[in-house]
Design a protein around this ligand. Structure first.
Ligand code: MG
Length: 277
């Protein structure tokens, strides 16, 4: 596999220093978590763009996150995450577009996000509202050659595929996170790649364990220490012909995050070498 290896990082403290360390460690790209809304307007926008461009590290995508989101458990996710909650949807749509502008300024072709739980009932009003929201966002991004990528996890692969069909936009893609499918209990991630493969333009190399009880979420783990099975994940990516970046995600801050990025990169390289992928 000749896929680039990258890391998913915030735009927070010492961005230049973290980009430098990743580059020196051989990381070939990054995906950025979207800055706070205030940083996407005024001089801070350009400052961030200049810091990233000066690093020489390519940005493959920006992940839009929204103020007020909680991932404490299933109920909290349902109530607060993404474009599903109607009361925050208009403001979050605008934030999503500004994140698309930020990605464009960084020459990144992919904007990703958790849009919230897609209702299983395709006649539910929230289902139609999400379809309409995604059409609007895709149409905003398309003239610049950008994709909107649905982050996997909160729904089954079959539901996600049906939703993509209903939105009906060629630039609606998938950012595949195998750990999320396990942590949300929505299905085996390797089997899901057989369903979603044609739409996958980005992957998160992340690990996690299944939830212990209904209504809870499983916990994230350091790559290689959860239930994903990194060997079978990489084998399946090779099998479906995935050629995009392998972006390591680790949902902890600080020095331990950097240490786990480095360990994750070694694990990916060793596994690819061992299996001759
Ligand atoms: Mg992810």
């Amino acid at each position: 596999m000749a896929n680039m290896i990258g890391a998913m990082i915030s735009t927070g403290r010492d961005l230049a220093g973290r980009l430098k360390r990743l580059k020196e460690a051989g990381f070939q790209c990054v995906q950025l978590v979207s800055p706070p809304e205030a940083d996407l307007a005024g001089p801070r926008f350009q400052e961030l763009v200049e810091v990233v461009k000066a690093s020489g590290v390519p940005v493959v995508g920006v992940a839009a996150v929204y103020q007020g989101e909680s991932y404490a458990d299933v109920a909290a996710v349902r109530a607060t995450v993404g474009l599903l909650p109607a009361e925050t949807r208009p403001a979050r749509m605008e934030h999503t577009k500004r994140c698309g502008d930020f990605a464009h300024a960084l020459d990144a072709s992919n904007l990703t996000s958790h849009i919230g739980y897609i209702p299983e009932d395709r006649d539910h009003p929230d289902y139609g509202a999400l379809v309409k929201a995604l059409q609007e966002i895709c149409d905003y991004l398309a003239p610049r050659g950008q994709n909107f990528c649905l982050e996997t996890g909160q729904e089954s692969a079959d539901l996600l595929r049906a939703f993509i069909g209903d939105v009906g936009r060629d630039n609606l893609k998938v950012n595949f996170d195998p750990a999320n499918m396990i942590m949300y209990g929505t299905g085996d991630p390797v089997a899901a790649l057989d369903v979603l493969g044609p739409w996958v333009v980005g992957v998160h190399c992340k690990d996690g364990v299944w939830p212990k009880a209904s209504g809870q979420l499983g916990e994230e783990r350091k790559l290689g220490e959860g239930d994903v099975g990194i060997e079978r994940f990489l084998v399946k990516l090779k099998e479906i012909g995935y050629q995009g970046p392998l972006v390591i995600e680790r949902e902890i801050p600080g020095e331990q995050q950097m240490a786990d990025f480095l360990a994750g990169k070694r694990l990916l390289e060793e596994t690819i070498g061992k299996l001759g992928l």
